[in-house]
Write a protein that binds this ligand. Structure first.
Ligand SMILES: [Zn+2]
Length: 286
């Protein structure tokens, strides 16, 4: 689960992961977990890791709610652990109270989690992608098809003021201050912008992990809920903010990058906890 420092190797891996998503061979492959009819019954039960796991008793996030909308409703990837859904609802409501939004919620997970095309994680119902883009009105479901993400990063690798401002800053900060979250993957330019600002409390910057390919959305990862012994989490991010100007080496230090852990690793099909095999064949309840 270690990852190399940013730079040539990181850029190569980022290119590789993008290739993994868009290559014809990958596009032709339908993950069998995406074809399941619905969640299994019973209370929520998470098995395994963010990148090698599944979830029984998953719950669907409503396609609309106060301050949020599910932006790819046709994908059926709005399923997750109830705590993830609560997090999204709370974030939407908090942004709405500040006069921003609605927030646009992209993929959470499939009806039973599991391997999901286009992602190396999002398997255990605890990961959620939220667009930085906040300029969309609440839209009827049928008008959400074909909408695109917008990059918050300019050609120089820094945030682009045309697509990054106080609303986006509030979005990331609110999420990062939530005690339910484990870390948030953001583009390095996003973290650099947030580090450069004056804050009365900088502790929340600790959970922001710079990660290529997160220039259009933040990827929020929740901790394993307390009642989920089958859930495998990750070590907490290293102490300190990771900001180069603070009293630590900053995110450019290779030790810190390694300690952040990987967002997820592509792996051969079938590598899952045994409980996921049983979950795959369990009947659907809804
Ligand atoms: Zn994600």
């Amino acid at each position: 689960m270690s990852r190399p420092p940013l730079g040539r190797i990181g850029a190569f891996l980022a290119a590789l992961s993008l290739a993994f998503v868009t290559a014809p061979a990958a596009a032709d492959w339908v993950e069998p977990w995406s074809t399941l009819a619905g969640p299994s019954g019973g209370p929520p039960a998470i098995w395994g890791r963010y990148d090698q796991g599944c979830i029984g008793g998953a719950v669907a996030l409503d396609l609309d709610g106060p301050g949020f909308q599910v932006i790819y409703p046709q994908r059926r990837r709005n399923y997750g652990h109830p705590e993830t859904l609560d997090f999204v609802r709370d974030l939407g409501a908090a942004m709405q109270a500040l006069g921003h939004g609605p927030i646009n919620v992209a993929d959470i997970g499939q009806v039973r989690g599991g391997p999901i095309t286009g992602h190396a994680s999002h398997e255990s119902g605890l990961d959620v992608d939220v667009w930085y883009r906040l300029d969309l009105a609440p839209l009827p479901v049928e008008e959400r098809r074909g909408l695109g993400e917008v990059s918050a990063i300019g050609a120089d690798g820094a945030v682009d003021p045309a697509h990054w401002g106080e609303a986006q800053v509030a979005l990331v900060r609110l999420a990062a201050e939530d005690p339910r979250i484990a870390r948030i993957f953001v583009h390095a330019g996003v973290k650099a912008d947030l580090c450069a600002r004056d804050w009365p409390d900088r502790d929340w910057l600790r959970v922001l992990v710079p990660e290529p390919a997160h220039d259009r959305h933040m990827h929020v990862r929740l901790n394993c809920p307390a009642d989920q012994p089958g859930c495998e989490g990750q070590a907490a991010p290293p102490a300190g903010t990771g900001c180069a100007g603070d009293d630590d080496p900053g995110d450019l230090g290779p030790d810190r990058l390694a300690a952040y852990g990987s967002p997820g690793q592509p792996r051969p099909p079938g590598v899952l906890p045994p409980a996921c095999g049983r979950l795959f064949t369990a009947p659907s309840v809804r």
